[in-house]
Design a protein around this ligand. Sequence first.
Ligand SMILES: CC(C)(COP(=O)(O)OP(=O)(O)OC[C@H]1O[C@@H](n2cnc3c(N)ncnc32)[C@H](O)[C@@H]1OP(=O)(O)O)[C@@H](O)C(=O)NCCC(=O)NCCS
Length: 174
Amino acid sequence: MNTELISGDVKLRGFKKSDGFRMAELANNEKISRNLTDGFPHPYTLQHAEEFIGRFMDQDPVTIFAIEFKGYYVGNIGLVKGTDIHRKTAEIGYFIGEPYWNKGIVTVAVNLITEYGFKNLDIARIHTGIFEYNTASQRVLEKCGFIKEGVFQKSVFKQDKFWNEVRFAKINGS
Ligand SMILES: CC(C)(COP(=O)(O)OP(=O)(O)OC[C@H]1O[C@@H](n2cnc3c(N)ncnc32)[C@H](O)[C@@H]1OP(=O)(O)O)[C@@H](O)C(=O)NCCC(=O)NCCS
């Protein structure tokens, strides 16, 4: 399905096979992987990128998008719906390559996917947990109207240490 969400220089679109090389290049960065679950590999290879693209290229409806800035692939953003009693909730996740940080790109991308998710994915709530040291990501969600719901003490074990996880959520219509 060819879903595109656009605001200014930022576009969310489905993945193309040709995104693989740049995805691997940008994702292979410890400053990115340290903020994500261990499911996000480090080192991040072309094979990882191609497998990811293969898995999410033909989604209907699209829930995992490539982020483009001024026509160039710069990162990924997605909503993963819960199951069973959490089927009306989705978890949001995202990263962009370091050369593009602090240009407001993810703030625009989060606003686009949040609006899309509430309109199209039959969900009432979008949430995520952010590691305590990732203040930039916490700031992004604050700017997008997400509410800090609480801090889960030592919820995360990452790089051989415990960390608090800061939980943020946005409710449809709020
Ligand atoms: C976190 C990340 C998504 C932010 O994306 P971005 O496009 O740079 O975000 P924006 O430019 O829209 O906003 C960043 C905000 O954080 C602020 N910020 C940046 N570094 C910061 C820091 N070290 N401490 C506090 N605030 C910081 C910026 O000043 C900006 O806020 P402002 O507009 O009030 O000035 C991006 O850095 C990234 O991909 N990081 C690695 C992966 C990751 O952390 N993913 C999220 C996991 S929960």
